[in-house]
Design a protein around this ligand. Structure first.
Ligand code: ADP
Length: 416
């Protein structure tokens, strides 16, 4: 089936960039990206391309080319669901903060709400694509919701997890290592898979498009993130050993990375990984394993998170100790608030946790980041600790002007 009209629910870090590329590469397909957050849609439609809600190198150029041609941003969710042949679900799936699975399981309330809304509005057959990272077997749940609210039309569910890395999203979308599409092993399921394969084939070589069953696709996403995070925690755990022994972690990292079986990527030591995915996906993996009674498997993967937290705490303690031992003025300049360079995303950034640890000790902090706005910093700090001491926090715009005034500078993000 040839797709003519796509609707994407969710105009965030995944939906925005992904749909921009799909629209750019398929000028004959109309792509409507919808979000219930009106401010976000306004910003996506803004003339000022430097102020899109998502910062990614190269994104504004693609938006400029496709927006108004076949790429549209709107708050009219129902209208665009109804018009679409294919609907992507790209809404947030944060870790649950209450109820069963609290602190571990993904909160699927936004995904569930989308499924219900799609079911209620649809008058023609549709292919539903889960783009958000979801636990294994979510597609089954989406299908249950769709069919319980609407028995008049046929829904095919596909899983098409996003593997883009923030900061290099446009390049990753343009030249993906692979595109993964999971679907039902039925005639209708295969037809649905083919129609999504066709969309990606506009720019991705067929050999890089992998098709699997639904659950393999869902689990592959969690596994990929768990493996990546594992490399960071592995190297970070050894950084502590290096500091105790005089070995240099950079040298160790280079030496092992030259082994072609290991490879050199993701072996850079840091204050700990952040971002919306690694922690959430591992928590999901741990939760699923534990629910299935696989305690040893759950404990194994959870250790990656324990090391990540330990690394952040260790870094904070070093600063606190240094201030105390050398009797320094309790003030630290924090360079970089985003969880990595070339993004304005701060979710789970190590900077938030370190800043909180310092504030708890009465140390004042000054913060600079080239892409993060002051209100985001306030949001992140109060989200972690509603009672944080605002008077100790100062956002600076020209940190390098008085750089010699600082005794301690913490480089939290590897911005160039
Ligand atoms: P991600 O990194 O997964 O893209 P974001 O939080 O950046 O996550 O984006 C998810 C977006 O989905 C948010 O802008 C949110 O407003 C939107 N959203 C959540 N639920 C719905 C819904 N039912 N309909 C439309 N948009 C939704």
């Amino acid at each position: 089936m040839k797709i003519n009209n796509i609707c994407c629910l969710g105009a965030g870090y995944v939906g925005g960039p992904t749909m921009s590329i799909i629209a750019q590469k398929n000028p004959d397909i109309k792509v409507n990206v919808v979000d219930m957050n009106a401010d976000k849609i306004l910003a996506w439609n803004s003339k000022d391309l430097d102020n899109l809600p998502v910062y990614e190198p190269g994104l504004s150029k693609v938006v400029k080319e496709a927006r108004g041609r076949n790429l549209f941003f709107s708050t009219d969710v129902n209208k665009h669901i109804e018009e679409a042949d294919m609907i992507f679900i790209s809404v947030n799936t944060p870790t649950k903060t209450s109820g069963k699975g609290k602190g571990y399981a993904a909160d699927l309330k936004y995904v569930d709400a989308c499924a219900k809304q799609i079911a209620e509005v649809s008058k023609s057959n549709k292919i539903i694509v889960e783009k958000s990272t979801v636990p294994v077997r979510t597609s089954e749940k989406i299908k249950d919701i769709l069919t319980s609210y609407n028995t008049n039309v046929d829904f095919q569910i596909l899983s098409n997890p996003e593997f883009l890395a923030e900061g290099t999203a446009m390049r990753d979308l343009e030249i993906p290592d692979r595109v993964l599409i999971g679907g039902d092993n039925t005639i209708e399921g295969k037809k649905a898979i083919d129609s999504l394969v066709e969309i990606y084939s506009s720019w991705v070589p067929k050999k890089n498009i992998l098709t699997t069953n639904l659950w393999s696709s869902e689990l592959s996403k969690l596994t990929a993130n768990a493996f990546l995070a594992q490399r960071i925690s592995s190297i970070n755990s050894l950084s502590e050993l290096c500091e105790e022994t005089g070995a240099d972690i950079e040298e160790v990292s280079k030496a092992i990375g030259m082994d072609s079986r290991i490879g050199k990527n993701f072996l850079k030591t840091s204050v700990g990984f952040g971002g919306s995915c690694f922690q959430k996906d591992i928590l999901n993996l741990v939760y699923i394993s534990r629910s299935l009674g696989l305690k040893k498997v759950a404990d194994y993967w959870e250790q990656i998170l324990i090391i990540n937290e330990h690394q952040r705490d260790r870094f904070s303690k070093k600063i606190i100790k240094c201030i105390k031992n050398r009797n320094l003025k309790p003030k630290v300049l924090i360079l970089g608030w985003a969880f990595k360079k070339n993004t304005n995303d701060t979710r789970e950034s190590a900077a938030i946790y370190v800043a909180n640890n310092l504030l708890n000790k009465g140390i004042s902090i000054e913060i600079y980041d080239p892409q993060v706005k002051e209100n985001q910093v306030n949001f992140d700090l109060s989200n972690l600790n509603p009672d944080y001491n605002k008077s100790l926090v100062n956002f600076v715009f020209e940190p390098f002007q008085n750089i010699s005034d600082y005794n301690i500078i913490a480089i939290m993000t590897e911005w160039d």
